[in-house]
Design a protein around this ligand. Structure first.
Ligand code: BTN
Length: 272
């Protein structure tokens, strides 16, 4: 039996103040982020959420793909009005990671960890990735909206995970029929709630508490092939110790020569 995503049930589970947001559900899309970029215009309202049961070209950060088979996960993009200073999109991604962890805790009673900057882990396996992209107004050339793409592995795919992510990818294991809709609704509500006062940065403490990398030795990769996920043991990278995460979501690292740097983008890898 094919279990499709039920829009009515999502609305039912949204927090009261967000019941009116626009939700669009598709059986399949190339990518919900691409659809958000294609369909967003001046009339698009804050919080509009595009959801697909499967994606044929699910996109990850840094040119990677995101495996998105049907009836398996949550693939959604929220369109958010850009705030004045959107130069720090890393802050947006940081807030979204905390929102997803809060939603998983609320619906599934599971505690997740965050690998800087936007990967969510459960028991050492990645169960969620977040891709934040800017949407630019064609007339003004200014960033008008943010496309916040969230992919959550809810179940083990029927044919297992592809070989390149097998062993690294995990899934939540939702138990009840309506849990996918409940989790989508909770993610939407948590993101909108956090975003409404993102300037306060109140979520940074929780981000740090959930961090998989603070105090750990990591490898920092600044130059590597687009689309590849660098491996701790086999790829290059520079060894560093993570000291802290700053108020903008930047990662403070100390290299072996004592030099300290704040990373705002890029990739780190950690040995599990
Ligand atoms: C990553 O892990 O690098 C980010 C993955 C982001 C995947 C989500 S799924 C919904 C949205 N649409 C996409 O094409 N990508 C994001």
């Amino acid at each position: 039996m094919i279990v499709m995503i039920d829009k009515g049930k999502i609305t039912e589970h949204l927090h009261e103040e967000y019941k009116n947001i626009c939700i669009k559900v598709f059986d399949s899309l190339d990518s919900t982020n691409l659809e958000a970029k294609r369909s967003t215009d001046m009339l698009t309202t804050h919080g509009t959420t595009i959801i697909a049961d499967s994606q044929t070209q699910g996109r990850g950060r840094l040119g990677r793909s995101f495996y998105s088979p049907g009836e398996t996960g949550i693939y959604m993009t929220m369109v958010l009005d850009a705030k004045e200073d959107m130069s720090q999109t890393v802050l947006m991604t940081t807030a979204a990671s905390v929102a997803v962890c809060r939603a998983i805790k609320a619906v599934c009673n599971l505690e997740c960890q965050i690998k800087w900057v936007n990967d969510i882990y459960l028991e050492g396996k990645k169960i969620c990735g977040i891709l934040t992209e800017a949407i630019t107004d064609a007339d003004t050339g200014m960033i008008s909206h943010i496309a916040l793409g969230i992919g959550v592995n809810c179940h083990m795919p029927k044919d297992g995970f592809p070989s390149d992510i097998e062993g690294k990818a995990g899934f939540i294991g939702l138990r009840h029929a309506e849990d996918r809709e409940k989790l989508i609704a909770e993610i939407i509500s948590q993101v909108l709630s956090l975003y409404s006062n993102i300037e306060t940065r109140e979520f940074i403490e929780e981000y740090k508490e959930r961090s998989l990398v603070i105090g750990k030795e990591v490898k920092v990769f600044k130059h590597y092939q687009e689309g590849q996920s660098p491996d701790y043991d086999t790829d290059g990278g520079v060894v560093a110790t993570v000291m802290d995460i700053d108020q903008n979501g930047g990662l403070l690292v100390r290299y072996a020569d004592g030099q300290i740097e704040t990373l705002n983008t890029g990739e780190i890898s950690i040995r599990f």
